[in-house]
Design a protein around this ligand. Structure first.
Ligand SMILES: *Cc1c(COP(=O)(O)O)cnc(C)c1O
Length: 519
């Protein structure tokens, strides 16, 4: 019997299961007492104004310590435990004081490893995270406005669409374009690839004969997206690149012709505007001409290079991007936002909606505001209708706030500065005796230590030693890659805090390294 399986209920044991089981016969007062007790026990979830101030002071204090010390913080911090101390505080029934939590966070989470907020972060593709975005995130989280459906969050949806229109305008897309603020370039790419699949009506039986064209320098997220989208069987052609790591349009033409002759179906050309390794920009205009003639979907991966469209140099270098069918730009790279923002644009928004539109009965109140209605009269597309996501963070605010507070000028200046810093570095590092890669298209320079008479294997080892030594020192952080099988160092100037003095520090440290190697 129930009474025997569950011990007699008391206020001390407070067995809720007892109440739930006895609900039919339970006295109303006992029920109300228990509800009151639980409300009391849950009260810490809503700190009062004084307590909020205490929490805020601790968090703001920590962020101020970080920002005021940012010039002296390392770009890479090798610690013995690599954050293992975090595990000493397991999640348990009772919480700890904010000071203890912040202390642990600073020591075990913020300190170890790379510091992408640092000026010296010249590895991979940095961005930096501007402060205005952090405040936008804070407001977005406190108010928790719903950004996915116009009916529920007209303001956040208008804001996201306003930003999408602004970025589409930068790219040069027509008013038919649509898009979405996703979590990053990879998800944005997945969104574009699935849209391209459906736009060309590819079904399972077509996959093995559909062909994708890209270069060895394309980001691996394209192939990852193909795989996730169920397109693992498509033919992937690696189009040859020139000495500046750019796709050769004539080679693309030849590959398409050869595939047609074989009865295959050229489908997707994935060009890159700013490759991750070297910052190379494929000749988009020439590629667009081929894509149009061959009726291929042209996707441009501008995850890194996209916001250089704010600069005159970027606009001329990326010319042709306006002729593409889809594009990806990462605000968390060349717009300096914190991680977690990637934009996908599609020239024809109805294509995006055709792939991503879906609904459930429980959303019926919102349907009056879905794309179907807004297409009939100009209005706002709900992000959920053009994205794999339904609920998502209110990402638009972290992008909107800095743009409206600062205007675009400082962004343009920072990007122009990075273009020049990369050229300055490219010139000076040669003077130190390094072999350099091609002149930078954007803000990445490649180089390696390869004195005459040193074998390729030995040169690879020496460059590995240089990158390891610099990381252990930590004042700057460089990463490496393989280009034509050669271990190559990269200097990516993109973090907004990276200025001339950081580049000079990098050059000085590199000079010391090669002096060590010589000695
Ligand atoms: C960073 C990058 C990506 C992937 O973007 P995430 O935001 O890291 O997912 C794709 N393409 C290029 C060229 C990139 O630099």
């Amino acid at each position: 019997m129930v009474q025997e399986e569950y011990p007699k209920w008391t206020w001390e044991t407070g067995r809720l299961s007892y109440i739930l089981l006895r609900m039919e016969t339970l006295e109303r007062d006992i029920l109300l007492d228990q509800i009151r007790e639980l409300e009391e026990a849950a009260r810490p979830l809503e700190p009062g104004a004084d307590h909020r101030e205490l929490l805020r002071d601790a968090v703001i204090g920590s962020s101020e310590r970080f920002l005021r010390g940012i010039d002296t913080l390392k770009a890479f911090e090798e610690t013995a435990g690599r954050g293992i101390g975090l595990l000493d505080l397991p999640i348990s029934e009772r919480g700890v004081q904010i000071e203890a939590a912040v202390d642990l966070l600073e020591r075990e989470v913020i300190r170890p490893g790379a510091n992408p907020a640092s000026a010296g972060h010249l590895a991979y593709i940095p961005g930096g995270a501007i402060y205005h975005s952090a405040l936008g995130d804070y407001l977005a989280a406190v108010t928790n406005k719903y950004p996915a459906i116009f009916f529920n969050g007209p303001g956040p949806v208008r804001m996201e669409n306003l930003l999408i229109r602004w970025v589409a305008g930068l790219v040069g897309y027509p008013a038919t374009a649509g898009g979405n603020i996703a979590s990053g370039g990879s998800i944005a790419t997945l969104t574009a690839i699935t849209t391209a699949r459906d736009a060309h009506g590819l079904k399972g039986a077509d996959y093995a004969s559909a062909v994708v064209y890209l270069t060895s320098q394309a980001h691996h997220c394209v192939e990852k997206a193909l795989h996730i989208a169920g397109l693992g069987e498509v033919q992937v052609r690696r189009i040859p690149i020139d000495e500046r790591f750019r796709m050769i349009p004539e080679a693309l033409e030849a590959a398409i012709a050869a595939d047609r002759a074989q009865g295959l179906k050229p489908w997707l050309i994935a060009a890159t505007a700013g490759t991750t390794d070297t910052g190379a920009v494929d000749p988009l205009d020439a590629i667009a001409t081929i894509a149009e003639r061959e009726r291929c979907w042209l996707h441009v991966d501008a995850a890194y290079g996209g916001f250089f469209l704010l600069t005159e140099h970027g606009r001329s270098l990326l010319k042709g991007i306006e002729r593409s069918d889809s594009a990806v730009l990462d605000p968390h790279k060349s717009l300096f936002l914190p991680w977690g923002s990637g934009i996908v644009l599609v020239r024809d928004a109805t294509r995006l909606a055709a792939t991503h539109g879906a609904s459930g009965h429980y959303l019926q109140d919102t349907l009056q505001d879905t794309l179907r209605d807004t297409l009939r009269e100009p209005g706002e597309i709900s992000p959920a209708d053009v994205s794999p996501e339904l609920t998502k963070p209110f990402r638009a605010l972290r992008m909107w706030l800095p743009l409206v507070l600062l205007g675009t000028k400082p962004f343009q200046a920072a990007l122009d500065e990075k273009l020049l810093l990369a050229r300055y570095f490219h010139r000076e590092v040669q003077g130190l005796g390094f072999e350099v890669g091609p002149p930078p298209d954007l803000s990445i320079a490649t180089f390696r230590w390869a004195p005459p008479g040193v074998s390729r294997e030995r040169a690879n080892r020496l460059n590995q030693e240089i990158v390891d030594a610099l990381r252990r020192d930590g004042r700057i952080f460089l990463s490496s890659t393989l280009l034509d099988g050669r271990f190559t160092l990269r200097m990516a100037a993109l973090a907004f805090r990276t200025h001339r003095r950081t580049i000079d520090l990098a050059l000085r440290l590199l000079r010391e390294q090669v002096a060590n190697l010589a000695g």
